[in-house]
Ligand binder design. Structure first.
Ligand code: SF4
Length: 133
C-alpha cells in the first residue's frame, strides 16, 4: 500500500491526511498527526468521504438531453451548448436572468474565475458561494 499526503478538499480548514492507495484505488484515510491544524483528527467527511472516487455511477462525461434522452457528449459539445443557452437567455431576458453558484470544493483561483465570468463576461453580480453563510 502506498501513502499519499494530501489536503482535504471538503472545506477551507486545511486538515491533512494520508490517502492509503492500493492498485490505484483509495482504500482508507489516515489522519496526519504532524499537522498543527487537525492534529491527527478528521471530521466524518475528511475521514470517510472518498468512496465516490471509484463509484461506478460517477459521471465522467457530460450528458446532453436529446429527444428526451440523456446522451454522452464531448466537452466541446457540452460547453458550446451551455454557452449558446446562456447567450440566448441574456439576449431574451438580460444578464440578471442568469446566476452562478460556486463551491468550496473549487480552488480560490477557480472561484475567482467564476465571479469574473459572471461579472465581466455575462454582466451580472448574481454570483454566490456555498460557504458564504
Ligand atoms: S476533515 Fe473536515 S474539517 Fe478538516 S478540512 Fe476536511 S471537511 Fe474540513
Amino acid at each position: 500500500m502506498k501513502q499519499v499526503l494530501t489536503t482535504c478538499p471538503y472545506c477551507g480548514t486545511g486538515c491533512t491526511f494520508y490517502l492509503n492507495v492500493e492498485d490505484d484505488r483509495i482504500v482508507s484515510v489516515t489522519p496526519n498527526d504532524a499537522n498543527s491544524v487537525n492534529q491527527g483528527i478528521l471530521c466524518l467527511k475528511g475521514h470517510f468521504g472518498f468512496d465516490f472516487v471509484d463509484n461506478k455511477t460517477r459521471l465522467t462525461n457530460p450528458l446532453i438531453r436529446k429527444n428526451g434522452e440523456l446522451v454522452e457528449a464531448s466537452w466541446d459539445e457540452a460547453i458550446d451548448l451551455v454557452a449558446s443557452k446562456m447567450k440566448e437567455t441574456i439576449e431574451q431576458h438580460g444578464p440578471d436572468a442568469l446566476a452562478a453558484f460556486s463551491s468550496a470544493r473549487c480552488t480560490n483561483e477557480e472561484n475567482y474565475l467564476m465571479q469574473k465570468l459572471m461579472r465581466a463576461v455575462v454582466g451580472t453580480n448574481n454570483i454566490d458561494h456555498c460557504a458564504r453563510l
